[in-house]
Ligand binder design. Structure first.
Ligand code: CMP
Length: 147
């Protein structure tokens, strides 16, 4: 059934001028981009977004990278969007991606072990949390009875 996922185009790909090309590929692969926003994360926001990785050795480098320039946050819709988007991105590690799936987005647009061009939610629970994180306006406040 139709499913939503949160995608990020990360600072390396935006800096390289590849954001529009990546969005075209996303649509060519059957996703609908139902919301998009270019923005720059603060350190506080990046640390919150990647909270599950706090304490890992790569965490400071990851936060430094994700705050190094503008990103695009996208909400993608398609049947099976979460898995389909992860398949289109390919392996997290760009060197592995280039070796195993040379046409995937991370192989084509990623830079190295940290700077891997794109992000995607890894489960329905993450997708829900991550869409709210970037697009809270899509979650309207509950309608209340007049006083
Ligand atoms: P992403 O899918 O956004 O989720 C967490 C990010 O941390 C990942 O992409 C990479 O950018 C980064 N990352 C994950 N593992 C490592 C690692 N071992 N070394 C450096 N960066 C990593």
């Amino acid at each position: 059934e139709l499913e939503k996922t949160l995608a990020l185009i990360k600072p390396d790909a935006v800096r390289a001028g590849k954001a529009q090309e990546i969005m075209q590929l996303i649509e060519l692969n059957g996703f609908t981009i139902i919301a998009k926003q270019k923005m720059q994360l603060t350190k506080i926001r990046a640390e919150e977004f990647y909270g599950e990785h706090k304490g890992k050795e790569f965490f400071p480098k990851l936060v430094n990278f994700m705050t190094s320039g503008p990103i695009w946050a996208l909400v993608l819709a398609k049947p099976g969007a979460i898995l389909a988007w992860r398949a289109l991105m390919g392996p997290t590690n760009v060197f592995k991606a280039r070796a195993e799936q040379p046409k995937c987005l991370r192989a084509l647009y990623g830079t190295d072990g940290t700077q891997n061009a794109t992000h995607g939610s890894d489960s329905p629970a993450s997708a829900s949390r991550e869409i709210k994180f970037f697009f809270s306006a899509l979650s309207p406040a509950p309608v209340t009875e007049p006083a």
